[in-house]
Each structure stands twice: as structure tokens, then as C-alpha cells.
Design a binder for this molecule. Structure first.
Ligand code: ADP
Ligand code: MG
Length: 228
């Protein structure tokens, strides 16, 4: 019964969030529509057309960002938990992350403190979404370059994954607010990334911890039970 109640509560929450997220997506789409219509005005200069075009693209990008951060979270789970090869999953994300890091001259360093393969139990898609949202934040925290390190280790039969950056860092107040829906300090942020991360970590019975220093950088550690 408890499980049922928990699910009902969760679906209620997802429903509410879906409503506010639809709203958040509709805003940039409406803006985009407006700019596209303005492009058809008679006698419009080519400079204005170019300006409207860029605004229109921005709107689509914003809508896309919201969907990207939220996607796997909203998907109802039908898949069953299965063993996830942690290091393979991290490697698999590099093709997504590398282009972003190259743009802001960020070095990526990966370090595994053990030779053997590490497995945790869960849904690979959700695990990927977690890591992706965390790595994206790390990269976005270093607009003028820096170091993104991802490391794994085993401690008390738990797999610990650390994602650290040498970026802008966070204040105490900021640290307290991360993970709340729509909390963002970025001009083009969604404020959904960490909310999704926290929830996905919970679903996989994991733990998450942030340490950060303004102007120095941030370390995020997630821990899951070691499988096998
Ligand atoms: P978004 O990235 O769209 O802003 P998130 O939920 O992913 O939304 O992050 C919320 C906020 O937490 C960010 O706007 C930023 O202020 C802060 N934050 C998250 N990760 C980091 C990080 N690695 N370094 C500095 N600030 C961070
Ligand atoms: Mg984010």
C-alpha cells in the first residue's frame, strides 16, 4: 500500500510539474511565433529580418533546453532496473559533452581509482540523464575555460562518482536553493536540471552531495550501492 501511495503522490507531482513546464515551453514558442510573423511585414529591412530570425531561433533553443533537461524524468518507468556499467556509461556521454567543452576551452579529465568494472543497479537512461545534467552545469560554470574532472571510486560497498569543476562556484544561499524547480541564475537556464537529477538519484536509491566555493568551483558527488 505504501508503494502505491508513494506512486500516486509522485504522479500527482509530475502532473503539476508537467503543467508548469508546458507553460514554460509555451512562452518561448509564442515569442518565436511572434518573431516569425514579424519577418513577413511589408518593407521590412534585411537587418530586422536577421534580428527577428535570431530571436526566433533563441526561442526554439529555450524550449528545446527545457525538454532536454526534463525528458527522461517525465517518462513513466516501464523498464526494469538492470546492472549499469558505470565507467562505460561515463565514456558513452563524452561525445555529447566534448563539443560543449571545446567551445569554452575546458579540459576533461577522467580518473577511475580501480581497475575492475563497477556495476550499479538502475535504469541506464536515467543514470545518463543525471550525469549529463551535472556535466552540463559544470561546463556552464566555466565560460572562460577550466577543468572538468570525473572520477569514480568504491567506498563501503558504494560507488562514488565525483564531478568537479573549477568554475564560478555557488554561495551558501545558492547551494540551499539548487534543485528547486525553476531556480536558475542563468540567462538561458531552465532551473530543471538539478530538480531532475535529485529525483533520479532518489529513484535509484542513491545519494547526492554538493560542495562549492564561490569563485573556486563545485564538487558534486553521487553514490549508489555497488552491484555484484
Ligand atoms: P540551469 O542549469 O538551467 O540553471 P539547474 O537546475 O541545472 O538549472 O541548476 C540550477 C542552478 O544551480 C544554476 O543556475 C546555477 O546557479 C547552480 N549550479 C548548478 N550547478 C553548478 C555548478 N557546477 N557550478 C556553479 N553553479 C551551479
Ligand atoms: Mg543545468
Amino acid at each position: 500500500l505504501q508503494e502505491e501511495l508513494y506512486k500516486a503522490e509522485k504522479f500527482h507531482m509530475i502532473g503539476e510539474l508537467a503543467a508548469s513546464i508546458s507553460h514554460e515551453i509555451r512562452n518561448p514558442l509564442t515569442t518565436t511565433q511572434g518573431f516569425l510573423q514579424m519577418m513577413a511585414k511589408p518593407g521590412i529591412s534585411s537587418a530586422s529580418i536577421e534580428r527577428y530570425r535570431l530571436h526566433a531561433i533563441e526561442g526554439v533553443e529555450q524550449a528545446n533546453a527545457i525538454i532536454t533537461d526534463y525528458l527522461n524524468y517525465a517518462k513513466p518507468t516501464i523498464e526494469e532496473a538492470r546492472p549499469i556499467h558505470v565507467i562505460e556509461e561515463i565514456k558513452g556521454l563524452l561525445p555529447w559533452i566534448t563539443p560543449l567543452s571545446v567551445m569554452s576551452s575546458i579540459e576533461i579529465r577522467i580518473e577511475h581509482q580501480q581497475e575492475r568494472a563497477l556495476y550499479i543497479l538502475g535504469e541506464p537512461k536515467k543514470f545518463q540523464q543525471c550525469l549529463l545534467n551535472l556535466m552540463k552545469n559544470a561546463i556552464e560554470a566555466m565560460p572562460t575555460g577550466g577543468l572538468l574532472s570525473i572520477s569514480t571510486r568504491v567506498e563501503n560497498r558504494q560507488v562514488c562518482i565525483q564531478i568537479s569543476d573549477t568554475g564560478v562556484g555557488m554561495s551558501k544561499l545558492q547551494l540551499r536553493r539548487i534543485g528547486l524547480p525553476f531556480f536558475t541564475t542563468k540567462e538561458k537556464g531552465t532551473g530543471l536540471g538539478l530538480m531532475v537529477v535529485v529525483s533520479l538519484v532518489k529513484v535509484m536509491d542513491g545519494e547526492i552531495l554538493f560542495t562549492s566555493k564561490l569563485g573556486r568551483g563545485t564538487v558534486c558527488e553521487i553514490k549508489y550501492g555497488l552491484y555484484g
